[in-house]
Design a protein around this ligand. Structure first.
Ligand code: 3PG
Ligand code: MG
Length: 399
């Protein structure tokens, strides 16, 4: 993978830098977790330190090719400017007059940002011609391209994939760092434990399949666990359930047995009368969820079981919360799991928290980035990497 150093002298050169600044915003448009903006800073500084004129481009949300002020990158530009201690002017468009004027005004060592790439249909177009057309307009703004948006490297999109074919290119520090850690997970020190949560098992099928051949321990929590419990023959009441995946999950349970992979499921759950913080709630056995209740977190016994299991591991990857942690009564399972990773880290284990959402969860629960070996900025991207898929944004950098 080519590095920034391989790009040679950058003074006076304009660098198009693809970052992932897809940060969560509250209703007032304030950033609720700035992890991705912070993660973008080292590469920006490495480039400005070489005298480059840096043009940051990124997406926010999924505005589907339409200009929509709700998805403006303004909050990200402002936060980046604060972190850099330097102005980061935001163009009003991505490849139009404002973008060209903004880029033209840059001096060596300056930074500017383009508006949301996804305000343009070409960014995410299925047609490679449409994407290439937009990529040409992006490429026309710069002399070289640096890919540093790890969270989007699994997307075959104009600013991630097509533009790399048009300009001299390299991987930024974040992309290199993320890939280095994920590579270590492909040949892990054992025992290797993977904890998966989140709402939908269908999002994780590929990675589960792949992990059955790699992990020693697979812990399942979050909304997706109810499809596992159902596959074991238990009723799950009003809990999240993907009925159409039950057979497949049953197959995974059998396959795990054959391969000697231990699948650890919760033994108790917090069952609530409705999806709300002040619903009626009780801890019930995982095989006795009442018909009128929904499971919203793993229970205390499960938290201990999961934590003890994690502490035996030398390598841990975790993606997806164990419960509806945004509501305090259902945060205990996620918190216990995070704490177990912290403990494992201090015992010398390699611990990786995978993903924008899981990363935001651990920070919201009061943990620091330094409590873990690595917090990935890419949820989908890290899962696809572990799944063994080809990530277009990485392979194009090898060309
Ligand atoms: C993410 O938030 O997972 C990345 O920024 C990619 O965004 P996307 O899932 O909308 O492509
Ligand atoms: Mg995502």
């Amino acid at each position: 993978m080519r590095t920034i150093e391989d790009l040679g002298d950058l003074s006076g050169k304009t660098v198009l830098l693809r970052s992932d600044l897809n940060v969560p915003l509250d209703d007032a448009g304030r950033i609720t977790d700035d992890g991705r903006v912070r993660a973008s800073v080292p590469t920006v500084q490495a480039l400005t330190g070489k005298g480059a004129r840096v043009v940051v481009c990124a997406h926010l949300g999924r505005p589907k090719g339409e200009v929509n002020p709700k998805f403006s990158l303004a909050p990200a530009a402002q936060r980046l400017s604060e972190l850099l201690g330097a102005p980061v002017p935001l163009a009003q468009d991505t490849v139009g007059e404002s973008a060209r004027a903004t880029v033209d005004a840059l001096q060596d060592g300056d930074v500017a940002m383009l508006e949301n790439l996804r305000f343009n249909k070409g960014e995410t177009a299925k047609s490679s011609d449409e994407r290439a057309d937009f990529a040409r307009q992006l490429a026309a703004l710069a002399d070289v391209y640096v890919s540093d948006g790890f969270g989007v490297v699994h997307r075959e999109q104009a600013s991630v994939y097509d533009v790399a074919k048009l300009l001299p290119h390299a991987a930024g520090l974040l992309v290199r760092g993320e890939v280095e850690v994920l590579q270590r997970l492909t040949d892990p020190e054992r025992p290797y434990a993977v904890a998966l949560g989140g709402a939908k098992v269908s999002d994780k099928l590929g990675v589960i399949e792949n992990l059955l051949g790699k992990a020693d321990l697979l812990l399942i929590g979050g909304g997706m666990v109810f499809t596992f419990l159902k596959a074991q023959g238990h009723e799950v009441g009003g809990s999240l359930l993907e009925e159409d995946q039950v057979e497949r999950v049953r197959g995974y349970l059998d396959e795990a047995k054959r391969r000697g992979v231990e699948i650890v499921l919760p033994v108790d759950v917090v069952a609530a009368s409705e999806f709300s913080a002040d619903a009626e709630q009780d801890v019930v056995a995982a095989d006795a969820i009442p018909a009128d209740r929904m499971g919203l977190d793993i229970g205390p016994e499960s938290s201990s079981l999961f934590a003890d299991t994690i502490r035996t591991a030398r390598t841990v990857f975790w993606n997806g919360p164990m419960g509806a942690f945004e509501m305090a009564p259902y945060a205990a399972g996620t918190k216990a799991l995070a704490q177990a990773l912290v403990d494992a880290t201090s015992e010398g284990a390699l611990t990786v928290v995978g993903g924008g959402d899981s990363a935001a969860a651990v920070r919201q629960l009061g943990f620091a980035d330094s409590d873990f070996t690595h917090i990935s900025t890419g949820g989908g991207a890290s899962l696809e990497y572990l799944e063994g898929k080809t990530l277009p944004g990485l392979t194009v950098l090898e060309e």
